[in-house]
Design a protein around this ligand. Structure first.
Ligand SMILES: Nc1ncnc2c1ncn2[C@@H]1O[C@H](COP(=O)(O)OP(=O)(O)O)[C@@H](O)[C@H]1O
Ligand SMILES: [Mg+2]
Length: 402
C-alpha cells in the first residue's frame, strides 16, 4: 500500500469524513459519517450535504462557509447537525478545498470529530448556571420583599405602640383630672373645717373690738386689730396652701419628704379628725427626693384616703396611720401602714389596676391606686408594693436616690 493510501486510511478510521463536489453534492461518506448521521452510504451519496443541516443554524453561517471554501481557503467550525432520526449532533469540522493542477477547485473534503457530548455538557452547564442565576435573582428578590415586609410590620408596630402610648397618656391625663376634681371637692370641706376655728376667733375679736371701742381703750382696740389681721393672714395662707397643693408643676425639684407628708396631713386634718384617725409621722427631716412634689402628695393622699375608707368599712375603733421614711444608698423608702384590717388576699394583686374597686356601693372609682402607681413608676422612676401586716395594709414606695 502506498504511503498516501495509508494516510488516507488513518484519517478515515479516526475521523468522520465526507466529500462533496463543488455544488455540495455528497460524493463520499465514510463509515463514521454514516454512523453519526444515521444515514446509509446509499442514502448519502448523490444528495446535497445539507441533508444533515440543522434548522437552528443561521443562514449566515453557510454563506460564510461557502464564501471561504470557494475562495480556496480552509474553513473551520463547530457545526450543529441533524441526524436522520432528528437527534442533534455536534462536530468540530474542517473543510478543505481540493485543487487540480491548475488551481481549480475539484471537490471539498470535510474532516470532523464528534464533540456532541462536550457541547451538551457545556450547554447543560450553561443552563444550570442560568437557572442558578435566576434562582439567585429571585432569592434576592424574595429576601428583599421579605425584608420590606418585616420593615413595614415593624413600622406599623412602632406606630401602633406610639398610638397606644399616646392613648394611654390621654387616658392618664383624664384620670388625673377626674381624681383632682374629686379631691378638690373634698378639699372645700377641708378648707371649711380649717376656717371654722379662725372664723369663730374673728367673731370674738370683732366683738372685743366693739367693746374696746365703746370703752375708748384704743391700745386694746389696736391689739385686737393686730390679732385679727394675724388670723386673716392664717386663713389666706390656708387658701394658698390648697392652691399650691393642686397646682400642676412644670419642673421637677428636690424636696424634703417630711414637708410633703406634713402638708398632706395638714390638708387632710379636717377629714382625719372627723374620722378620728391618728396619724404618726416617723422620719428624719433631712430625707430628700427628686420629682414633682405635688404628685407625691397626691399619691400619699390617695393612700391615706383608702385607709380612711377601710377604717369606716371595717368599723375600726383605734385608728392609726403610721407614715415612715428611711434612706439607704440607692432608695428612699416611704411606708404607709394602717390598722384597718388589711386587703383581701384574693384581690391584693389587682388593687393597682385602673378601675378596680371593691367600693361599688359607695361609688369608688378604682383609680386611686392606679394614679399612685403611675406617679411612683412613671414620674419618680420608683416602685410600689403592698402587703398585709400588723393588722392592716402596708404600702411601700421605693424612690431611687439620684
Ligand atoms: N388601706 C387599704 N385597706 C384595705 N383595702 C384597701 C386599702 N387600700 C386599697 N384597698 C383596696 O384597693 C381597692 C382599690 O383602691 P383604689 O384604687 O384607691 O380605688 P377605690 O378607692 O376607688 O376603690 C379598694 O377598692 C380597696 O378594696
Ligand atoms: Mg381610693
Amino acid at each position: 500500500m502506498g504511503e498516501l493510501k495509508q494516510y488516507k486510511m488513518a484519517v478515515e478510521q479516526s475521523n468522520i469524513v465526507s466529500k462533496t463536489d463543488i455544488n455540495g453534492i455528497i460524493t463520499f461518506a465514510n463509515k463514521e459519517f454514516c454512523k453519526i448521521s444515521g444515514f446509509s452510504e446509499d442514502e448519502l451519496i448523490g444528495r446535497n450535504h445539507n441533508i444533515v443541516r440543522h434548522p437552528d443554524v443561521p443562514k449566515a453561517n453557510f454563506e460564510l462557509l461557502w464564501n471561504t471554501i470557494l475562495q480556496k481557503e480552509t474553513f473551520k467550525t463547530t457545526a450543529k447537525n441533524k441526524a436522520k432520526d432528528g437527534s442533534t449532533f455536534y462536530v468540530n469540522t474542517t473543510i478543505f478545498p481540493i485543487l487540480d493542477k491548475n488551481g481549480n477547485i475539484l471537490e471539498f473534503i470535510a474532516i470532523r470529530y464528534d464533540v456532541t457530548e462536550n457541547i451538551l455538557l457545556t450547554e447543560e452547564l450553561k443552563r444550570k448556571e442560568e437557572e442558578l442565576k435566576h434562582l439567585n435573582a429571585t432569592l434576592e428578590n424574595r429576601v428583599e420583599k421579605q425584608t420590606k415586609q418585616l420593615l413595614d410590620l415593624n413600622r406599623n408596630l412602632e406606630r401602633k405602640v406610639k398610638e397606644e402610648v399616646e392613648k394611654n397618656r390621654e387616658k392618664d391625663k383624664m384620670v388625673f383630672q377626674q381624681a383632682r376634681l374629686a379631691a378638690m371637692g373634698e378639699m372645700i370641706g377641708n378648707i371649711a373645717h380649717q376656717w371654722r376655728q379662725p372664723l369663730s376667733e374673728l367673731g370674738i375679736i370683732l366683738f372685743s373690738m366693739k367693746k374696746f371701742f365703746a370703752q375708748k381703750s384704743l391700745d386694746k382696740l389696736e391689739e385686737q386689730y393686730k390679732q385679727g389681721k394675724k388670723v386673716i393672714d392664717r386663713m389666706s395662707q390656708t387658701i394658698e396652701d390648697f392652691r399650691n397643693f393642686f397646682s400642676l408643676e412644670k419642673y421637677k425639684n428636690t424636696f424634703f419628704v417630711k414637708d410633703i407628708i406634713d402638708e398632706v396631713v395638714s390638708i387632710l386634718a379636717g377629714s382625719l379628725a372627723r374620722s378620728k384617725i391618728h396619724v404618726k409621722i416617723r422620719m428624719r427631716k433631712t430625707i430628700k427626693v427628686f420629682g414633682h412634689k405635688n404628685e407625691l402628695s397626691q399619691a400619699i393622699l390617695n393612700i391615706i384616703n383608702n385607709a380612711k375608707d377601710a377604717f369606716k368599712d371595717n368599723n375600726i375603733k383605734n385608728r392609726t396611720i403610721t407614715i415612715s421614711a428611711k434612706k439607704d444608698e440607692i432608695f428612699v423608702h416611704i411606708c404607709i401602714q394602717d390598722n384597718a384590717g388589711g386587703i383581701d388576699e384574693a384581690i391584693i394583686d389587682k388593687i393597682f389596676e385602673p378601675y378596680f374597686t371593691t367600693k361599688h356601693a359607695s361609688s369608688g372609682t378604682g383609680l386611686g391606686l392606679y394614679i399612685v402607681k403611675t406617679i411612683v413608676e412613671n414620674s419618680m422612676q420608683g416602685e410600689i408594693a403592698v402587703e398585709n401586716k400588723n393588722g392592716g395594709a402596708f404600702f411601700m414606695i421605693k424612690i431611687p436616690v439620684k
